[in-house]
Design a protein around this ligand. Structure first.
Ligand code: SF4
Ligand code: SF4
Length: 255
């Protein structure tokens, strides 16, 4: 099998496992377009690695828009379970059926939200991997934005030495720089700074999450909720995804 055929088999398997989008890039992207320090580069962690496969699943806008609520929390937790299972099964397929090395980098890559208040950096950025693999571009809110789902998606990555045809990075900046994420952040931790994307107070964002978690309705996700980009929002062009009363209802019960 050549690299295109191997890629097609892996993409089909990922879709069968529930992935909405599947793209891949070479591990060389981390050094060719360096954004993170070398200690984060996949090759410097697993020297046999050649490619990273990024899987995305959608978060449903009418549920995200109830945030912070038990409805959104359960959506978030469900997406985590699916990402864990999908990435494990895909890595296992590559190892046992195709005969190549493979592992998955877990979807959240931090021990707990409290730990992030000391050091708000995960061991691996699926946002960056998704950007290198062409799932979308990084928006002002620091979220990865895709044409299909806007920022309302969750990601996980599988690292392998299987030879794979690489996907092109998105040439288009999908963020329309509307500022909604900045204006509607409940703690105003996104700020204009004249750069391409907003500066972000990650510690403040994390502390806000700790507070929400202690109140039993987290994560925040307001910035992904209000972003107008994404084909997923077209379904709600002529109708509210959720009523204001419905939001209050979802926030009032079960949290
Ligand atoms: S997750 Fe919430 S607190 Fe953090 S940047 Fe987005 S809107 Fe602000
Ligand atoms: S809300 Fe507007 S500025 Fe923020 S990421 Fe989305 S498109 Fe960009």
């Amino acid at each position: 099998m050549n690299d295109v055929e191997i890629k097609e088999k892996i993409c089909q398997k990922a879709r069968d496992l529930g992935a909405g989008m599947v793209r891949s890039c070479s591990v060389k992207k981390w050094s060719d377009i360096p954004i993170q320090e070398p200690e984060f580069w996949p090759e410097n962690i697993w020297p046999w690695s050649r490619n990273v496969i990024v899987l995305a699943i959608p978060l449903f806008a009418p549920m995200v828009q109830t945030t912070p609520s038990m409805v959104y929390q359960e959506l978030y937790d469900t997406s985590n379970r699916i990402l864990d299972e999908m990435s494990y099964r895909l890595a296992n397929y590559i190892v046992s059926e195709l005969g190549y090395r493979a592992i998955f980098f877990p979807r959240d890559c931090y021990y707990s939200i409290e730990v992030l208040t000391e050091n708000p950096n995960a061991a691996f950025s699926h946002v960056l991997a998704g950007c290198y693999a062409g799932i979308g571009s990084i928006g002002d809110s620091h979220n990865l934005i895709s044409r299909e789902y806007g920022p309302r998606m969750r990601l996980v990555s599988v690292i392998t030495d299987a030879p794979l045809a690489e996907d092109p990075m998105s040439e288009e900046d999908l963020c329309i720089h509307c500022g909604r994420c900045r204006r509607e952040c409940p703690i105003q931790c996104l700020k204009e700074n004249g750069d391409d994307i907003y500066s972000m107070d990650k510690i403040a964002c994390t502390r806000h999450h700790v507070g929400l978690k202690n109140d039993h309705h987290w994560p925040c996700g307001k910035c992904i909720s209000v972003c107008p980009v994404g084909e997923d929002m077209k379904m709600y062009r002529n109708v509210k995804a959720v009523t204001p009363e419905g939001m209050v209802h979802c926030q009032k019960f079960g949290s």
